[in-house]
Design a protein around this ligand. Sequence first.
Ligand code: SF4
Length: 681
Amino acid sequence: MSWVATHCPYCALQCGMTLRTGGSGSVEVGARDFPTNRGGLCQKGWTAAELLDHPERLTSPLLHGEPVSWGVALDFVAGRIRELQAAHGRDAVAVFGGGGLTNEKAYALGKFARIVLGTRYIDYNGRFCMSSAAAAGIRAFGIDRGLPFPLADLAGADTLMMVGANVSETMPPLARYLSEQTEAGGTLIVIDPRATPTARRATIHLQPTPGTDLALALGLLHLVISEGYVDREYVRSRTTGWDEVAKVAAAWWPGRVERLAGIPAADLERAAHALGRAGNAIVVTARGAEQHAKGTDTVSAFINLALALGLPGRPGSGYGCLTGQGNGQGGREHGQKADQLPGYRRIDDPAARAHLAKVWGVSTMDIPGAGVSATELLDRLGTADGPKALLVFGSNPVVSAPRATRVADRLRALDLLVVADFVRSETAQLADVVLPTAQWAEEDGTMTNLEGRVLRRRALRKPPPGVRTDLGVLAELAGRLGYGGRFHTEPEAVFEELRRASAGGPADYAGVTWERIDADNGVFWPCPTDDHPGTPRLFTERFATPDGRARFTPVDHRPPAELPCADFPLYLTTGRVLAQYQSGAQTRRIAPLTKAAPHAFVELHPELADSMSIVDGETVRLVSRRGAAELPARVVDTIRPDTLFAPFHWPGINALTNDALDPTSRMPEFKVCAARLEKLT
Ligand code: SF4
């Protein structure tokens, strides 16, 4: 059988790969020379097909745990939705989406929530990983596209600074660009409280106290100013708001940063010189900087630094963020967010509402207003005034949401929980109804990678008997709820509608067609017309603000929501490991990945281990104000003595994390909370 060219189901690098059905009937994965991954795949990509015929794969809907026909399951769901909305109003039903859904599904889900359910309650798990960078990007540039330049630019930077990004483990094929960059004599600066595999590649590794990245950025800006590295002409001609930002930075001299963040002043100075003297420099942030209750301001601080150096919009230089989830970029553009309509339009913009009302054939009055963010939505479920039902597509919040024990309690309090998934994830285990859906190799669609490049996902085979696509499920439910014929089941037809829906919006896909994607290895948005070439590089002439200038934002350091104290004397930070992905619902079921990373653990420094007489491998109790977990200790000298690290792919870790929210993005503070370790003996 011939190979089908597609992309990996997991992260936002969306590595090109090929699939074919082998002689034994099993699906084989092959390498593909795509411009981003250039033939490389990580272990997750190579093993992705193992889930397709997994014994735990669901092939029948479940109603209260028992297999039922699709007709029975969908009739039950539609009936309960009608009853609950009749009794409690349209907001009684909420929707929770995911950053791994294709553009077509994300679009259809948002449309379903707004016009079929008429609920304002829709948000998605991308709120947990991308929202701070998105908010800061819009604040500065007027638009949010993770990388506003092609990924390959990273290799050509004289200085590349990565803040809270561990690509060697999360996106291994991307690490090649770092090798090329340093082999060509470039300086790689990595900011991370852990000496991760990425940090160990760095020319300069800055290892700050968790929760102090913003101060570190201010310290770098202070030095950029005092050493005369500010690009005055760029600041004058392409930006606004510089003076206020410079005033804040004046108070962050290196000694002050050293005392607060634990970064030696000399290291800070080396980093500032490397940035200031570079011909081309790129600053990149990721979850380490963003998943904080001040994540938006932290990203703004790094954008301010990049703007002061004159980087954004200059070919070969710039600022960008590394999107995490597979369709983290496209998934945040087409209407899954509580405050958003397709094309990255605002739901409170009358012109946007009028445009979408026309595309959807409804009145603007029929489109609800803004809802609340993911964490707030989950927190409201089953409360007196909150939603009584939740439909979940492509997400496993029982594992991935902060303060996860509370989330599970809220889900149990619902009158109706419906989960569409292909396995019984931890969230599906709590559901009244589980709807078995197709996997990535069984349906067509588009994804938008971390560069803003719209890609084609191509089906190798049909879904197994008993399994339906998410688009099919939404169309069936819409039909039962009085909206028959309003939802396409064919992905390309949905994409054609998405093109019209996004036309004229900030994320404009109007000129993107599946044929063009096939012909050109993807199309970069914005692409407003059929003859527009797409936009690999943004901001070369102007920014997407009303006056065309980038906006400096004055931001100052503030402490995390929780600081260590007598009862919880340590910082806890969370993150990923190479062999697992997000909540692990998929990767924890793949044997080679489970073998490589079988369980959660807690990393601690040898000094801390000695002081508590903890030995490597010993089971210890990790405790925060919200919960506790018993985990094997990993004693490593790659972490700060005051900090603990645990990977979040397993149930229980996010029971500990803090759901304190960023005031702008509503991103929870996954990356830092106060914790203690206890010996079990
Ligand atoms: S780096 Fe990401 S996209 Fe590439 S193979 Fe690994 S998980 Fe898949």
